[in-house]
Ligand binder design. Sequence first.
Ligand code: AMP
Ligand code: ZN
Length: 431
Amino acid sequence: MFWNKDIETIGRKALEDLQLKKLSKALKDAASTPFYNKVFKDNKVNVDRITSLDHLKDLPLTSKADLRLSYPDGMVAVPRREIVRMHASSGTTGKSTVIFYTAKDIAEWADLIARSMVATGTTPDDVFQNMMGYGLFTGGLGLHYGAERLGCMVIPSSSGNSLKQIQLMQDFKTSVIHITPSYALHLAEVVAGQGVRPPDLGVKKAYLGAEPYSEETRNKLEEQWGLDAYNSYGLSEMNGPGVAFECEKKSGMHLWEDFYLFEIIDPDTCERLPDGEEGELVITHINREAMPIIRYRTRDLTRVIPEPCPCGRTHRRIERIKGRTDDMLIVGGVNVFPSQIESVLMKVPEVGNNYQIVLDRHENLDRLHVRVELYSKMFSGDMKELNRLKERLSEELRALITVNPRIELLEPGSLPPSTGKAVRVIDNRKI
Ligand code: AMP
Ligand code: ZN
């Protein structure tokens, strides 16, 4: 089943012609923004000289830090009145990275999601329960618009509130869900706790994304729920979900090449790697008027699958994301940088020199512990004062990273002292 067969099965030559046309426009649009205007000048880039796709590799890379530097709108290529939506994702030290869309951008993104959903066999007869967070995060509204475009009945249940989710599934006969893999594992247990076998709910498909997980977790979820699970990849800088999606064959994600140019680079040398080698995914958005982004370093590690997919789609596939080349953690679907936690802790005068971030999973939900050493004078007897401090740290962290941490206050010397590069993060989650 295809949503737009012509474009999904387009030949390489026609695709490349289309890509070059779109790239030229994206570069011109980018050159009109304060950020790229300066970058292109500094790097002596003349966008009129980019006449082949091969020239892409000579353009400078864009990073998350660049998006922060151009906060709030240094990368916007259209007048303010043409923008109809923004989304945001966490930056490295508090300031978000903000993404803007025109009405055309939103419509075409919805179309891309509809294309992705049809590639897994979803039809307007399906009831789609969207258990991803609605709001600044792209996962909720992104799939929502796409599923409506396709014609599904959409239940915008957002994340959390498990008993309500189960009731909605039962009452409205949900057939397709969109959910993070960790929440799907947890929800299966809550369902079982209600005396219901998850397969009896009748859900046929799950779209799993927003965080890394393994093939084993997919298999386990398919078994537990009695459904087919499809991998869904995206990032807010590139709209959100819908960048790459698995088809019915479930063997790698088609990266939609009429919207995105992608490259795999060596994260250390930034040189392009040949097809099939593992490296960092770099993406150029060639289909967004409000905010073109050129050669964005996703920090995600993957590999291109060079062989054609038996489904007939010609857009190349990437493998499941193996990990990241930076220290970003994904906790319950939320991006958290250790430096954000450190920035909060180090502002508090009672906090000593050592801390540790410990991640684990309890009943399949991510838990973030922050273990902090205090100065010894803090342990002179007043429990109330310690509790107040705990409360304050927890509130300040929650305000910045939006994840609820568990704080443990420790006497000096409780944590292993650092004897070289400090090991601040201990990730005990099994994904
Ligand atoms: P955000 O911009 O908040 O949507 O976060 C995007 C990041 O989430 C990506 O750069 C990946 O690191 C991660 N991510 C999204 N989808 C997947 C997926 N299917 N598998 C692994 N990681 C994912
Ligand atoms: Zn395919």
